[in-house]
Design a protein around this ligand. Structure first.
Ligand code: TYM
Length: 334
């Protein structure tokens, strides 16, 4: 099971909460499927992270299977990528505890996601929500990761993971690879369709603000038609026109066109045409994935088998790092 040839390692994950948005797809999964074959890739379903916000157990199990089925439907072959469940590899929680003892309250207090989430879930500001980025650092560092393909919103967490790695390396030398972020060309930040200054989020109360990768064509058309633009009436790719820029990003992510080609296509056209073509392109992009998803998600035994097999592979490699860390910090080997 051990990797004979040492390839660079890629690690990323998604929380199995709510729907999977096109932000998750374009910001993360689509890039994962396009990364060259010369990497060892780990893509987890981070269920330990998801319970920092209350989850209904039955729904969590369903979302977990859906997310795995989506990974595969989107093009991640479970024979070539380690697709696994975070909670099935106990090394994550164990390393997270150790890293907690090397992370400062001040660092965690500065995390914008913690500030946002504690505002949103004021009734449940639990310790897990606060130490969430430490568990994320453990995920990444356990596998001696080189590259972490993520959306822009996870940048601060990745920087913290790097700081923690460097801190431990300074104290114990040679413990962890210091990981780098990897962002796709576009799509690192898909915005809300209703408030295009904010990121598209599955937890948005307004369902017109986000598109699920499983939305029907009519829903997609409808949401894009209602997307907030501006009164300028000109298609430009600029931060001064965040709604139009976001539609262009979705269009570019859904086609093979470059920004320049897209701008040429929409030059002199109105927003109606931009919206129509964006909806068409997105529907065409998602249609084959949705078909595959429906087929795969029905096969529960297949999905469980993948999680079991890949979880064992992940645990085997995670244990190598954990053992080294425990030894270096001074735990007696028994
Ligand atoms: P999560 O589950 O919130 O999001 C999963 C991935 O989707 C990206 N993403 C977006 N990208 C572009 N535009 C958007 N609107 C958008 N919304 C979400 C996120 O950046 C992310 O890449 N903490 C992580 C999960 C995690 C993880 C890890 C990631 C846990 N451990 C280790 C990488 C490595 C999270 O909550 O992602």
């Amino acid at each position: 099971m051990e990797n004979q040839e040492k390839k660079p390692v890629i690690y990323s994950g998604i929380q199995p909460t709510g729907v999977i948005t096109i932000g998750n797809y374009f910001g993360a999964v689509k890039n994962w499927t396009q990364l060259p074959e010369q990497y060892d890739c780990y893509y987890s379903i981070v269920d330990l992270h998801s319970i920092t916000v209350r989850q209904e157990p039955k729904k969590l199990r369903e979302n977990t299977k859906n997310l795995l089925a989506f990974y595969i439907a989107a093009g991640l072959d479970p024979k070539q990528n380690i697709l696994y469940l975070q909670s099935s590899v106990r090394q994550h929680a164990e390393l997270a505890w150790i890293l907690n003892c090397f992370t400062y309250m001040g660092e965690l207090s500065r995390m914008t996601q913690f500030k946002d989430k504690s505002q949103k879930h004021g009734e449940n500001i639990n310790a897990g929500l606060f130490t969430y980025p430490v568990l994320m650092a453990a995920d990444i560092l356990l596998y001696q990761t080189d590259l972490v393909p993520i959306g822009d919103d996870q940048k601060q967490h990745l920087e913290l993971a790097r700081d923690i790695a460097i801190r431990l390396n300074n104290e114990y030398s040679g413990l962890f690879k210091v990981p780098e972020a990897y962002y796709g060309k576009v799509g690192a930040r898909i915005k809300s369709l209703q408030e295009p200054e904010k990121k598209m989020s599955k937890s948005d109360e307004n369902v017109n603000a986000f598109i699920s990768v499983l939305d029907e064509p009519a829903q997609i058309r409808n949401k894009i038609k209602r997307a907030v633009t501006d009164s300028l009436g000109e298609v430009n790719y600029t931060d001064d026109q965040p709604g139009v820029k976001n539609l262009l990003d979705i269009y570019i992510c859904s086609t093979k066109e470059t920004k320049e080609q897209a701008l040429e296509k929409f030059a002199g056209q109105g927003y109606g045409y931009l919206k129509e073509e964006t909806a068409n392109a997105l529907i065409a992009e998602l249609e084959p994935i949705q078909k595959e998803f429906a087929r795969i998600v029905a096969d529960k035994a297949y999905l469980e088998e993948i999680l079991k097999e890949n979880g064992q592979k992940a645990a085997y490699n995670a244990e190598k790092t954990l053992r080294k860390v425990k030894k270096k910090v001074g735990f007696l080997e028994i």
